[in-house]
Design a binder for this molecule. Sequence first.
Ligand code: UDX
Ligand code: UDX
Length: 473
Amino acid sequence: MKITCIGAGYVGGPTMAVIAEKCPEIEVTIVDINPQRIAAWNDENPDNLPVYEPGLADIVKARRNKNLFFSTDIKRAIIEGDIIFISVNTPTKTYGVGKGMAADLKYVELCARQIADNAEGDKIVVEKSTLPVRTAQSIKTILNNNPRGLNFQVLSNPEFLAEGTAIKDLHHPDRVLIGGDQSPEGLRAIEALTDVYAHWVPRERILQTNVWSSELSKLTANAFLAQRISSVNSISALCERTGANIKEISKAIGADSRIGPKFLEASVGFGGSCFQKDILNLVYLCRHFNLPEVANYWEQVIKMNDYQKHRFAKQIIDSLFNTVSGKKIAILGWAFKKDTNDTRESPAIYVAHELLQDRAEIHIYDPKVTREQIFKDLNYLAAMNHATYGGDFDSPPVEEMEGISVHVHNEPYRAMQNAHAIAILTEWDEFKTYDWQKVYNNMFKPAFIFDGRNILDKSALRKIGFDYSGVGN
Ligand code: UDX
Ligand code: UDX
């Protein structure tokens, strides 16, 4: 059997690497329209892989050019693959109908058309990208209009891996979900994909459903997870007013077995490519089906998250005597969570943007994110704001804006030297190991730390002399 995956990103790359690792007799080919990305996947130096995930480089090294191939030859991979995964990105639409809400399906549609135009035999097509409910139907319509009268089965197989723990999650999934047509051909396709996962996942953890349930389960799972974070973050604001401690509250409520301990950490806000996008999708879908109450309910999860990011930035400005203009603020962490180089929707981008609006001088250090990526993120946000709030001209690049001062460091102590304040925006483990006395000695006083992840030792830092604030504690 041969498997093809279109899209060599954070989902396609690790997922296919693990399939190749666990199914040595299956030949897995990942294709992408971006030749630089494919070249990076084929790079001999594991540090140059486009996706950083603990454990990934070892698997790629072990299976590459044995039964795992990275290629730009999309046509050939489509002809040869028996099962074709679509794992391309589905960003929120930035234009037209559903702007800012609906998923932009142009890449998924393009893939379906490429498959329809190039396939020479029947195929199983698997949606791996998170998609709005009923997208499988659109894919099916495009595929069934193929010129050769071929038969395609479309399955939904949503990804539940979290970045930073992708390999662990793929090795030991809580469940694998496969949705398909309930016709005899559909059920056969579901079985074929089940057999692939059954190489390493116990069969009772492979759930088979109809397509719509599978698609909607993914949006719902992410909405529930994000909702927990917004709920705990809403209470963190109340803690800061009352003197209650959110860490103690999370522990106390998480001990209730009906609630459970995970996803209760208060933070500067959730980020990542999925939560916001999937909830916006859910909201859009509910509005489309004329369920405004349901839409408003879930939209509130996003609004609470925006409030949390804004609240954090405002707290920095308020504490530094109502202005950060010309003050050096060190930002530790740019990724949306630890152990990944992914920055999509990272709260750091929003916090930095607000500080820059108040003319702060920001100095950023992240162990895995590049300078280019940081500027790309700031420019993207500036352009989005510009598009939303108007202006006849394109916004200039952040680095050329008047009065804007952004510095990226590859060494943390330099970023913090002579700073007025430090903001922790990602929970990287290495931040806990710094010589905080040395950092304190080299800062302006009062020396502020705003711990957006509650990872540092509050009492030890206060003993050194820092003015420490966590989130809700
Ligand atoms: C994933 C999921 O697939 C998506 O549904 C989810 O919502 C976000 O996470 P991810 O793998 O993280 O996407 O996206 P990304 O890292 O951007 O990778 C997508 C890849 O697809 C890119 O390398 C892009 O070049 C490629 N692509 C895109 C194609 O090969 N063909 C296209 O037509 C479009
Ligand atoms: C998420 C889902 O967990 C995964 O199942 C789905 O496939 C994709 O979306 P991911 O976005 O990679 O995964 O990371 P996740 O661990 O869920 O974290 C998302 C954000 O929530 C991060 O910014 C993280 O820092 C934040 N978070 C998480 C909190 O603020 N508090 C928590 O308690 C947990």
